[in-house]
Write a protein of this length. Structure first.
Length: 322
């Protein structure tokens, strides 16, 4: 039986790591969930939230219904995700703007270690698993080179963005934030999160209402996408685990192009603050980078990111992957 300390505190910390990852285009919160040992429990818990369980609330009582929903786990995890998104949305976007090479190097090492970690989980490599690995790599790589679009900041489009982004967010190796970037709604969503935080700190009801409306529409799309796709993933893990893991490894291998630290800017755009920021980039070798490549620090941070995964793995094994 889990205890508040340290079990649920650890789950909240894992949620914070997921939230931080989901804010960054190119890094998947699903990857963090997988390597920290809570991925399958997360899928199972999402699938428990259904009409039948809620319908029996009066019959079974609040305590039994909460236990049936794995409510403590979901509450601890969502609390961590929420704290992280509200806290790190501004910090991470600032670091990406000021120290992009170092940030991407850290995440590059983290994803490499994640690939190694999940690779070890595959018990048998069949032709079907190899095909899945190839398909996952191709799809994920294509996403990284696809040209982002500029779209209107409308409520129906925010709904669609939430629906598609959440599917990516729970897939290890596929970044929900990058899907938002491809759709052209990343700045809108991040800006709305920052608007919500400002409304809270300033106690401005008008700003809060505007932000809540947009976030609410986005959340409805996300909840619908989560419920529909989590069932598919749960079935895949139950019946074709090795093939599913191979597909997820492919997603992560393909995503490495996006998080490669050294980029050449091919095209820029104006962000919501009126600043010129990169829009289309391509990966290049450090010696061709236009500026200080910071190779030594980049390698160091990549190693740190790599080691963090294995520390998480040891901790997860030590507590029985709770």
């Amino acid at each position: 039986m889990r205890k508040l300390f340290p079990d649920y505190l650890l789950i909240t910390l894992k949620g914070m790591a997921m939230g931080a990852a989901d804010v960054v285009p190119g890094v998947s919160g699903g990857t963090i969930a997988f390597i920290s040992g809570i991925y399958e429990e997360l899928l199972d818990s999402i699938n428990r939230v259904n009409f039948d369980t809620l319908k029996n609330l009066r019959k079974n009582g609040l305590k039994a219904t909460w236990a049936a929903l794995n409510g403590n786990f979901l509450l601890a995890l969502l609390t961590g995700i929420g704290i992280s998104v509200l806290t790190f949305s501004k910090v991470i976007t600032h670091l990406l703007a000021t120290q992009p090479i170092l940030v991407w190097s850290f995440f590059f090492g983290l994803v490499i270690a994640s690939i190694v970690f999940i690779w070890k989980e595959i018990t048998k490599w069949s032709p079907k698993a190899i095909v899945a690995l190839s398909i996952g790599t191709f799809i994920s790589y294509y996403i990284t080179i696809a040209q982002p679009t500029q779209t209107p900041d409308s409520l129906p489009f925010l709904f669609l963005s939430g629906f598609l982004a959440i599917i990516a967010m729970i897939l290890p190796g596929v970044s929900g934030a990058f899907i938002l970037l491809l759709l052209g709604s990343y700045q809108s969503v991040i800006g709305t999160i920052n608007q919500f935080r400002e409304g809270l700190t300033q106690l401005n009801v008008e700003i809060l209402a505007q932000a809540l409306l947009k976030l609410g529409v986005f959340a409805i799309g996300a909840i619908l996408g989560l419920k529909l796709f989590s069932k598919v993933l749960k079935w895949m893990f139950s019946h074709h685990k090795n093939t599913t893991l191979a597909l997820l490894i492919g997603f992560m291998i393909g995503s490495l192009n996006k998080i490669w630290p050294w980029k050449q800017v091919l095209e820029t755009r104006i962000d919501s603050h009126g600043k010129t920021v990169p829009f289309i980039e391509k990966s290049i070798l450090p010696q061709y980078f236009n500026g200080e490549p910071k190779i030594a620090m980049a390698i160091l941070l990549a190693i740190v990111g790599f080691l963090i995964i294995f520390i998480l793995e040891k901790v997860a094994v030590r507590i029985g992957k709770k």
